[in-house]
Design a binder for this molecule. Sequence first.
Ligand code: PEP
Length: 248
Amino acid sequence: MKYLVGANFKMYKSQKDLKEYFDQFVNNYACFVNIDLMIAPMTVCLGTASEMTKDSCVHLGAQNMHYEEQWAFTGETSPVVLKELGAEYVIIGHSERRQYFSETNEMINKKLKAALHHGIRPILCIGENLEQKELGISKETLKIQLREALQGIDEVEKIDIAYEPIRAIGTGKSATPEGVQEIHEYIRSIIGNEKSRIIYGGSVNDTNAESLISQPAINGFLIGSASLDPQKFLKILDVVSKSESVKK
Ligand code: PEP
């Protein structure tokens, strides 16, 4: 199994910023044999990003998509177009989409099915909020998210899972390596296949990456803030590339 390391640029980085980023990044990034690297810029920048990263080892991803191929849905993006623009991955069910755009597990389930149908590898985001953690229902919450999101899908091994506890996203307060290890083992026991990568997201940076990735059940990262600086992101990739905890 290769590690999966993903960068989620959210609504940061204009086309001009992307050019500067990739000028530094692609030139300095020698492909790591044990890592699949995914970068998800804003959807409107995917075509340009495709040009900038061609002949490199960067795989592009989208941050969201609609489940319909075409319909009268003003402002939405079709999986067909994502594919045309060069997206190989798509992040589905990010907590910001659940929170600010009212995405439900039912919608997420449809999006996963559509992505698989169109040959785009989904990264399904799940995670409990602080209240759920304090109530001691983290695992129950994750189980429901997984059950509803994966309902009727028999190719779960074609999906990677990102465990992103909401309290850790963008706060600078990562979950503990031991805590993430325990949750990832739990997620693995539910999805029941060894091929999906279970990656961690939530304030991963160049200081805490090593202790996190040394946990055997952490198969990579989804990174927001620290991916915006190419030098920091390269440092994290370097740390992951030297880790041997991933299953062969
Ligand atoms: C994210 O948004 O998926 C994320 C993990 O962000 P950050 O790394 O900034 O916590």
